[in-house]
Design a protein around this ligand. Structure first.
Ligand SMILES: Cc1cc2nc3c(=O)[nH]c(=O)nc-3n(C[C@H](O)[C@H](O)[C@H](O)COP(=O)(O)OP(=O)(O)OC[C@H]3O[C@@H](n4cnc5c(N)ncnc54)[C@H](O)[C@@H]3O)c2cc1C
Length: 503
């Protein structure tokens, strides 16, 4: 660790996109020589994280290249990096498309290395420890323990630990043909025989990834995407920039002044007003399709609709500006109702799949290789290593493989927590948020302990904060939070120069 003027040290746990963004802003905004940073990453080089790790090229980003960036103020940062890259630029020349996620991972790795170089010039060292942190203990400073029993002390710790594991809904772990962690997909599916029947748990973007990766490896057997609702993600249309006129911070403040709380119906009313000038029916967005049409019919309709600009998608994307605050002030009973009745649907609409993936899924459905089935009730392993699934009405299906594509769990059930999360919860340094993840202070991202005290020296960014901010599944919002947090930490350090004043 380098020598800095104040002897302040910052530990960052997790080395994915959130970490790259956060460390960039810490170094960029930091007063030369004011602190050192140490990043702990358990599984891979710092940069790609889970989402953008090395994997098959068929896995694409779900936003166009020009709009994906790890820097909040520069949406074209990745695009510019790509355009000037000596190796990748010729490969992707003129393509402003949905590019491979692993390519974005290479960009993240480069941004991080560049940050380290800038840090060196500013006497801010950025070290990497390639180990898993499993324990945090608070004394006057924070002691992190890695899996090998080593300990490291820090003044500030920031959790960028990304996605906890999915929930094992049917207790299938331990079976040879059950894949609990689908990513990286290439090795996970390479052992599946060509004609095997595969059940994919979930029907969201991860399930779509699994289906198209199986198709790419020449799979000929049946693939069933199984979920309770049978709702596929929408299809992304051409992006039309949109300035919100009704669903705004001013509208929110107006409602709060009148009533002190936001109701779900307020949000729906403002959303309807946003759509009205474009003649789009809000019911198409907010009502499930699965009750009305078969998935194949619905997907065909979506593909047709995606040829035109769909304003509701732009409205939902533009709502990134205000979504966190609307969530903060939403009535608690409405939050519960939203999470119970609308959350899954919202995610299916808010995270649409690119047309190229939708076309593949549609073809596979037409060829009857792929089926989207709702009403999954129960599943278990049989003694021959295969599985059975039972659906509403008692229908039974048999499968050779089960792949869990339900995505990262929001609720921190014991089985989905990592060692570090469990240690934080057991020591009372963190508490579960009622709507997912751990509780953090809205303004600062400071982790709230069991007594309800926010600790400014222990903060968190990313999925783990989803209960407080609701929508954390977009890099744009993660980068925005990372920038705010870094600015605030740097500001406090610069003003005080002493860590004691942080607490
Ligand atoms: C499959 C997938 C695809 C996505 N695609 C897009 C997209 O196209 N566009 C978009 O805007 N958003 C996308 N997202 C949303 C995504 O959440 C963010 O873009 C971003 O990648 C999140 O980064 P992160 O650093 O928070 O988490 P992660 O990418 O999960 O990285 C966390 C890292 O922390 C490490 N770690 C965790 N715990 C510890 C520990 N205790 N000790 C040491 N290391 C630890 C992990 O090994 C991991 O590398 C996608 C998400 C997923 C899961």
């Amino acid at each position: 660790m380098g020598e800095n003027r104040f002897g302040v040290s910052i530990g960052v746990v997790g080395g994915g996109a959130a970490c790259v963004s956060l460390v960039h802003y810490l170094v960029d905004k930091g007063v030369p020589g004011s602190f050192d940073v140490t990043v702990f990453e358990a599984n891979r080089p710092v940069g790609p994280g889970l989402a953008y790790q090395q994997d098959t090229d068929i896995l694409r980003m779900n936003r166009m290249a020009r709009t994906m960036s790890v820097l909040a103020e520069d949406p074209e940062h990745f695009w510019k990096w790509l355009s000037s890259h000596p190796y990748y630029a010729p490969l992707y020349e003129g393509t402003d498309d949905y590019l491979p996620r692993s390519l974005f991972g290479a960009y993240l790795q480069d941004v991080f290395e560049q940050t380290r170089r800038v840090g060196l010039k500013k006497s801010i060292s950025v070290e990497v420890v390639k180990k898993e942190v499993i324990h945090l203990y608070k004394r006057d400073r924070y002691r992190l323990m890695t899996r090998d029993g080593e300990t490291h002390e820090f003044d500030i710790v920031i959790l960028c630990i990304g996605h906890p594991s999915s929930i094992d809904h049917f207790n299938l772990r331990g079976n040879d043909r059950y894949v609990h962690h689908p990513y990286p997909l290439s090795p996970a599916i390479s052992v599946i025989f060509r004609n095997d029947r595969v059940a994919v748990l979930g029907s969201s973007l991860t399930a779509v990834d699994v289906a198209i990766a199986l198709q790419k490896q020449g799979h000929a057997g049946e693939i069933h995407l199984l979920s309770r609702t049978g709702e596929l993600p929408s299809v992304r249309s051409e992006f039309a920039p949109c300035q919100l006129r009704y669903l705004t911070r001013e509208a929110m403040v107006g409602i709060l002044q009148k009533r002190g709380v936001i109701r779900l119906r307020d949000i729906i009313r403002l959303f309807r007003r946003e759509l009205r000038p474009y003649g789009e029916d809000w019911r198409d967005v907010l009502f499930p399709h699965s009750r009305k049409r078969s998935p194949v019919e619905w997907l065909k309709r979506e593909l047709d609709a995606a040829r035109n600009k769909r304003r509701w998608q732009s409205v939902l994307a533009a709502a990134n500006e205000i979504i966190e605050e609307f969530w903060l002030y939403l009535d608690e009973a409405d939050k519960n109702r939203f999470m119970r009745d609308y959350h899954r649907l919202f995610m299916a609409r808010r995270n649409p799949m690119p047309v190229r993936n939708a076309v593949k899924i549609h073809q596979m459905m037409q060829q009857r290789q792929l089926t989207v089935k709702g009403g999954l009730k129960h599943m278990d392993a049989l003694s021959d290593g295969t599985f059975f699934a039972q659906f509403d009405g008692g229908e039974i299906k048999r499968y050779d493989w089960v792949i869990n594509a339900t995505g990262s769990s929001r609720n921190l059930e014991l089985a989905s927590c990592s060692g570090l999360l469990l240690s934080l919860l057991h020591n009372g340094y963190a508490r579960r948020h009622a709507h997912g993840g751990i509780d953090v202070d809205f303004q600062t991202g400071a982790v709230v302990d069991q007594q309800g005290r926010a600790d400014l020296r222990l903060r968190a960014v990313g999925h783990i904060t989803c209960g407080t901010y609701y929508y954390t599944g977009s890099l744009e919002l993660i980068a925005k939070r990372a920038e705010q947090m870094a600015a605030e930490i740097v500001d406090l350090l610069a003003r005080s120069g002493k860590i004691a004043e942080l607490v």
